[in-house]
Design a protein. Structure first.
Lengths: 214, 232, 261
């Protein structure tokens, strides 16, 4: 097919499977770490705001491939020999949490101040107010940009190729090296990425339109 | 095992030995970024205009370009271009190939940003320009684009900083930019962790500098902001 | 009609002033937005040097009629001639027409990124291709006409609403139009700021500028307009000299004047 053998195409798709695995890892990890980042960023305590702000600035000011390398070599100096998936997963977690944290902070702060005041009038505690009044509304606002960021996560897993993680980009590179048909191979890889990302882009836009209409 | 980590001795002596290489990498990274910004912005703005006001076939073409680039990784685009050109017997060095890829990539993101900027301009502005007998091109050039750029400037700055960070994968096509230099140093010194910590710090400084420079550019190019002291 | 862009243009304007051909002529003009017909056959003439005020309730079609004159709205039927150009045959060059017909909007629509001087001279420089020095002189002159000589280097947001609207008038004047349209130019202004804008318009009227204005300022319309046109439900219901407001012939105008004054 397109000058590639079934085995070669299967090899590329196997890489695509690992791209999805790493994306999910990055998203789940990013969510777990990103929520506290968002809360700290929106916190009333200055020290929390500054600390989390520094973390965000740090991650957003360093290229993801370099984060991958730092994590990869950082683990190995501890004497641990872990698969590239773990290093890439940790790097993706750090990366996603910084961006998701910022996105969600914006969503929390986008809930009108009057909602906090309304919660106060109902004699709710701070935590209750946050969980029952603010969070449900913030979540609604958060859906479109979060889905949009998923696209970034999927695309950026491709950077794990620098630490030798076997994903769609890596497998495509390997097949290209052996077949030397870059247009075929990388067009196929691009199409697979596109098939994963584009529906999410469309979904994000649709959610956004629905939100802005309501 | 934990003792191992604690007993690890940091060694930053490579900084001395490889200083010229590091400088070279920094210059190449900055060079790639700076060279790509203006054409990338021009391409993106052109596409934004084409998508909003062009004939249907231009709109469709721009949409395909923008969506295609925004939904695939940069690294695949770079490989496609670099190895593709090699197969076509077109001899292009890593630096020009990297710049071409960056321009095409950032152009697509800029197109979306500028489109949002152009769409946010009140209709009254366009009406006023048309009623003053300005041609559509004059209205675009003198009225719409300057206002759109002012409105979306912070988003553009973030995009260009992201682009600078993205140059770090250009070592994959053997461009000797900062991350590529780091890889070379660690392969000689086996001090990967230290090398990449330093590199991370350098990128951090560079992204701050780029951000500041671009904000400085805004101070010069938007006299109104300078005069009124309004933040971007 | 003071200093024109070129000598040739000056004679042209003088000829126009002397001759009796109207600058604007509506003949049975109709205009619909979808199902809704907002102009149901308008007949109206505006002679050179004349000031015509269009009054009426909102939705009466007065703004639409005004916007047809410089081609912002396309008419569906009838004939409309403006400054010697026919607008109903679809062949008119709007850019050419708009060099002769200026418009001032309710919401000023100044260009926020340009200084007052740049706002005023943008079109003359781009369309009439005048040089930098000439542009500065032009700006000085039109800003003096609206009493804002000291604001040339300011940005619109540094000015009050009334001042911004005067800049918008100066911007129109800078194109040396034969006719200026004013579309509810004081409606967005605080009452204490409308006076300064109306004074500028009155001064232009006294200098002989041809103008059509949609306005809610009855007292002003009565004092400056040569002709007042009361529109109602897409038709010209009544028209005449300023004193027609004191002696309305139709119950609609009587009611309108009763509410308006």
């Amino acid at each position: 097919m397109f000058g590639l053998t079934i085995e070669q195409i299967a090899f590329i798709f196997r890489g695509a499977g690992w791209t999805i695995v790493l994306s999910l890892l990055g998203f789940v990890g990013g969510t777990i770490l990103g929520l506290p980042v968002a809360l700290a960023r929106a916190s009333r305590r200055r020290s929390l705001r500054t600390g989390s702000g520094l973390f965000v600035q740090l991650v957003q000011g360093i290229p993801l491939p370099v984060i991958m390398f730092v994590v990869y070599f950082g683990i190995s100096i501890g004497g641990y020999d872990v698969p590239a998936l773990v290093a890439a997963g940790i790097a993706m977690t750090l990366y996603s949490s910084a961006y998701l944290g910022e996105i969600w902070r914006g969503c929390i702060q986008a809930v009108p101040k009057t909602q906090w005041e309304a919660g106060e009038c109902l004699a709710l505690t701070n935590t209750q107010r946050f969980v029952f009044v603010i969070l449900p509304q913030a979540l609604r606002i958060a859906v479109p940009p979060t889905v949009g960021f998923l696209v970034q996560i999927v695309k950026n897993t491709s950077y794990a190729v620098v630490i030798g993680f076997f994903d769609l980009t890596y497998s495509a590179k390997v097949i290209n090296n052996s077949t030397f048909m870059p247009f075929t191979v990388f067009t196929l890889a691009a199409l697979i990425y596109f098939a994963i990302c584009f529906p999410m882009s469309v979904l994000a836009r649709r959610f956004e339109r629905r939100l802005s209409r309501s | 095992m934990r003792g191992c980590a604690l007993s690890y001795e940091f060694d930053f002596s490579f900084l001395n030995d490889y200083l010229p290489e590091l400088w070279h990498g920094i210059w190449l990274t900055l060079g790639m970024t700076v060279v790509s910004i203006v054409p990338g912005f021009a391409l993106g703005t052109g596409c934004a205009v084409g998508r909003l006001y062009g004939p249907p076939w231009v709109q469709r073409l721009v949409t395909i370009y923008v969506e295609g680039i925004r939904n695939t990784p940069l690294i695949i685009q770079v490989f496609w271009l670099f190895f593709g050109l090699a197969v076509l017997q077109v001899r292009v060095g890593p630096f020009p190939a990297a710049v071409i890829a960056l321009v095409i990539n950032v152009g697509a993101y800029t197109a979306e940003i500028m489109r949002a900027g152009l769409q946010s301009i009140p209709k009254g502005q366009l009406e006023a320009a048309a009623c003053l007998a300005l041609k559509p091109s004059q209205s675009l050039w003198s009225v719409q684009i300057p206002q759109a750029v002012e409105r979306v400037y912070p988003a553009l700055v973030s995009q260009f900083v992201l682009m600078m960070l993205a140059t770090s994968i250009m070592s994959q096509i053997s461009a000797e930019e900062l991350t590529g230099v780091a890889y070379m140093i660690q392969s000689f010194t086996f001090r990967g962790f230290e090398v990449y910590l330093v590199i991370a710090g350098i990128y951090l400084v560079m992204s701050c500098l780029l951000r500041l420079t671009l904000l400085g550019v805004a101070q010069v190019s938007f006299p109104r902001r300078r005069r009124l002291g309004t933040p971007l | 009609m003071n200093i024109a862009a070129s000598p040739q243009r000056a004679t042209e304007i003088q000829n126009m002033t002397r001759s009796d051909t109207p600058l604007v002529r509506f003949q049975g003009v109709r205009k619909s937005f979808g199902e809704l017909e907002v102009l149901k056959g308008i007949d109206l003439e505006v002679k050179s040097g004349e000031v015509v005020a269009l009054i009426g309730r909102s939705g009466s079609g007065k703004s639409t009629a005004l916007r047809c004159v410089n081609g912002l709205e396309r008419i569906n039927a009838g004939e409309l001639t403006v400054c010697g150009r026919t607008l109903h045959d679809g062949k008119v060059d709007l850019r050419d027409l708009r060099q002769d017909v200026g418009i001032v909007f309710q919401s000023y629509n100044l260009f926020p990124h340009l200084t007052v001087e740049q706002n005023v001279t943008l079109a003359p420089r781009k369309v009439h291709r005048i040089g930098a020095k000439e542009a500065r002189e032009l700006s000085d002159q039109v800003l003096a006409q609206v009493g804002l000589s000291d604001k040339a280097k300011n940005y619109p947001e540094q000015l009050s609403g009334g001042q911004q609207q005067r800049v918008a008038i100066a911007r129109s004047l800078a194109m040396r139009p034969k006719l200026i349209l004013f579309d509810e130019v004081t409606s967005a202004l605080d009452p204490e700021l409308t006076g300064e804008v109306l004074r500028v318009i009155a001064k232009l009227a006294a200098e002989g500028m041809t103008m059509m204005l949609v306005t809610h300022e009855m007292a002003f319309a009565r004092s400056v307009a040569d002709q007042i046109v009361f529109m109602h439900q897409g038709r010209i219901w009544e028209s005449g000299k300023g004193d027609m407001l004191e002696d309305p012939q139709t119950p609609e105008l009587r009611q309108f004047v009763g509410n308006g004054l």
